[in-house]
Design a protein around this ligand. Structure first.
Ligand code: NAP
Length: 292
């Protein structure tokens, strides 16, 4: 039995069919009944609905699992506590292989979500459990292309001149599935997961224009205003946390590149990773097919 947390999120949605297809039994943790229904519909054997911030829920989640894949929900203010509790509970429950979805350059402590993962990586290394750490670069997220397809604009909330590495979620979850299937081969490994190429906002615009065959503009947006508009009615603590995160992201990514190397991902996949160009082509083809 393999436990997957944040199971109906960006990675989970893609990973779970791969685990089921390979014949694993899966226990999935989600927050809402809607996600639970979707996962049961896909054939997940056990779906637990609850809050990863609750120690009792975590204790129930880890009971009887051999391996687990822990993903902290995006920009969640309890991400650190969730990770610590998950690792401690897994050790007590005798989990044999703890796979942690971290981030590229977790040592970059001026990014809050990286500092949290740095602390969690250290906790895992010190736990005595067999572990594997995956460090994905920025996800290539299909929904980030909606404004491109609809309005011809790609939006970024940091300097358009700073370069970044990206990675396709199919590649990340192919690696996660392989690592979970072969614990001994991947024990004690930390893998940086980045596709080839380093892209500034201007490069993204150029690729989008070339692949789609029409002019795509890249626009820098005010992330703080975006968060305030989206979360205006959230509780003040949650809003304050999101604003702190978003300011740190904007400051770091506007003053430094965020770049990795694709060698490790190429070796793990046994093929060239999916490039940003290929990602855009695939998403555009999917859109065309859905309109026919
Ligand atoms: N975005 C990037 O470019 C990037 C790059 C590298 C690393 N990362 C890291 O990757 C992680 C996020 O991965 P992801 O995007 O695959 O996950 P995600 O989409 O944020 O995960 C969402 C899932 O988490 C569940 N969830 C949310 N809050 C929960 C809670 N309190 N208790 C239990 N479940 C909860 C949701 O349940 P429901 O479906 O029921 O709502 C949903 O299934 C973050 O740690 C992020 O820092 C992100």
């Amino acid at each position: 039995m393999i436990l997957v947390t944040s199971a109906n999120g960006n990675q989970g949605k893609r990973l779970i069919p791969k685990l089921l297809g390979a014949g694993h039994r899966v226990r999935a943790c989600v927050r809402t009944e809607a996600s639970a229904r979707a996962l049961r519909g896909q054939g997940v054997q056990q779906v637990l609905v609850g809050d990863l911030a609750e120690p009792a829920f975590i204790a129930e989640a880890v009971r009887g699992v051999a391996s687990l894949y822990h993903i902290g929900p995006t920009l969640h203010r309890d991400e650190r506590a969730m990770g610590f509790a998950m690792m401690d509970a897994a050790r007590v429950a005798g989990v044999e292989h703890f796979v942690f979805s971290s981030v590229l350059h977790a040592i970059t402590t001026d990014l809050i979500q990286h500092e949290i993962k740095r602390d969690l990586e250290e906790h895992l290394l010190s736990s005595g459990m067999a572990f594997t750490i995956l460090q994905p670069a920025n996800y290539m997220l299909p929904h980030r292309l909606s404004s491109v397809f609809e309005d011809g604009v790609f939006r970024l909330s940091w300097s358009l001149d700073r370069r970044q590495s990206m990675v396709d979620l199919d590649d990340v979850t192919d690696v996660a599935a392989r690592v979970l299937a072969e614990p001994e081969r991947h024990a004690a490994a930390t893998y940086e997961l980045a596709a080839p190429g380093h892209f500034a906002g201007h490069d993204i615009g150029r690729v989008l224009t070339e692949v789609l065959g029409r002019d795509i503009r890249v626009e820098r947006i005010d992330a703080e205003a975006f968060v305030r508009a989206r979360m205006g009615h959230a509780d003040p603590d949650a809003l304050a946390y999101q604003l702190r995160m978003i300011r740190a992201i904007e400051a770091r990514y506007s003053s430094h590149d965020f770049v990795g190397n694709s060698n490790v991902l190429t070796w793990l996949l046994g093929r060239t990773p999916i490039t940003f160009e290929a990602f855009v082509r695939r998403e555009a083809a999917g859109l065309d097919a859905s309109r026919r």
